[in-house]
Design a protein around this ligand. Structure first.
Ligand SMILES: [Zn+2]
Ligand SMILES: [Zn+2]
Length: 376
């Protein structure tokens, strides 16, 4: 079939929205009509050359929700008509050492992400200009239709609007998982969330849910600090340096239990300041991506050792994305998860991609979402 998608071609630094050819789903695969895609910063990172290992050309986008249109042979978990949110970061195999060790988000299949081809047989379903197209994070949600593996699909209740549910896939599972699984926030903890974008706005809600006694938001943009306050942050600061005195005053110098680093792109020079914000046995969770060539960060190793401070990495919330989406869908239906404060702006159609990312760079949105088709 023919459909439209936003493709990144080698040597280019803009999305090319064009007609592409899509093969029918092969064994274990699913054809999805996308209803909406979130604008995660990682796609912009791809555009900016931040993932040098990716094979181009590639269809962008990895925060998608839509309706199943057709299934390939052997698919049992989803049916045409199902509403699905597409999970990240990898369709786990269920059999490798990571999967068997309850770390499916770190599945060995992740090593194949750079090819962008189908996980089932390593070939492409997406084609344009006479060649094969990869898809970002095995999904390619900057498209009106895509073909993904059955394992990437999470069926959700029709009562959940797909045009906001799409953000559960990356921002939601990552932000909530960083707090619940990686930081392991406990009741009474003080949590600092650095960066109030899609991940940060979710991390604040997760910290509330986990029983944090106070949440401090750090963001240079006043609008985002205001959103953080509406989500439950009791204090805010424009920078890590400014947050230092705020947290010190709130804790009589004992400092925070957790700092969640959720900026658009991480900056290693901020790690020392982040570590200064946590107290004894405090944990800094690095959930934002960093440049592939950033290898140096200066920290006080004496403090790290003598106060038992911790720096921990977090990929996609340190849990199975399918479990994360199911958890959040349930919370939403119970009225305990505010997605309207996360998705602050909608756009129509793939041609709005540049505008969406301009707004993100300007700090005008928490999470932007592009509508791609009717949600019913
Ligand atoms: Zn993402
Ligand atoms: Zn695996």
């Amino acid at each position: 079939m023919r459909t439209r998608a936003a493709v990144l071609w080698p040597g280019q630094s803009t999305w090319s929205t064009e007609e592409i050819t899509l093969d029918p789903p092969a064994s274990g695969e699913v054809l999805v009509r996308l209803v909406a895609t979130g604008l995660c910063h990682s796609d912009h990172h791809l555009l900016a050359g931040g993932y040098p290992g990716m094979r181009l050309p590639m269809v962008g986008g990895h925060e998608g929700a839509g309706v199943v249109e057709a299934v390939g042979p052997g698919v049992r978990g989803v049916r045409p008509g199902d509403h699905v949110v597409l999970s990240v970061p990898v369709p786990p195999c269920g059999a490798c050492a990571a999967c068997l060790g309850a770390l499916p988000h770190l599945c060995e299949r992740g090593a194949l992400t750079g090819t962008g081809f189908q996980i089932s047989d390593g070939t492409a379903r997406h084609h344009a200009r006479g060649g094969d197209l990869g898809v970002f994070v095995f999904l390619g949600t900057f498209a009106e239709h895509t073909v993904v593996h059955e394992t990437s699909c999470v069926v959700v209740d029709r009562a959940i609007p797909l045009e906001i549910a799409c953000t559960m896939a990356c921002a939601g599972t990552t932000g909530w998982g960083a707090v619940l699984n990686t930081a392991e926030v406990r009741p009474g903890d003080l949590v600092v969330v650095v960066g109030v974008g899609g991940i940060g706005a979710n991390a604040i809600q997760a910290a509330q849910f986990a029983g944090a006694r106070a949440i401090v938001a750090v963001d240079p943009v006043p609008f985002k600090r205001a959103v953080a306050a509406r989500l439950g942050a009791v204090a805010a600061a424009p920078s890590l340096a400014d947050a230092l005195s705020v947290v010190r005053d709130m804790t009589e110098g004992r400092m925070a239990n957790h700092v969640i680093m959720a900026a658009a792109v991480g900056d290693g020079r901020q790690l020392e300041s982040a570590l200064a914000l946590v107290g004894k046995r405090g944990r800094v969770v690095v959930v934002n991506v960093h440049s592939a060539d950033e290898n140096v960060a200066t920290v006080s190793l004496r403090n790290l050792q003598s106060l038992e401070k911790q720096v921990v990495g977090c990929l996609a919330g340190s849990w199975d994305g399918r479990r994360g989406i199911g958890f959040l869908a349930d919370l939403y239906l119970r009225g305990r998860y505010d997605l309207d404060l996360v998705v602050t702006r909608h756009y129509d159609g793939l041609d709005a991609l540049p505008q969406g990312y301009r707004d993100q760079a300007d700090g005008a949105v928490v999470r932007g979402v592009i509508r791609l088709s009717d949600g019913s």
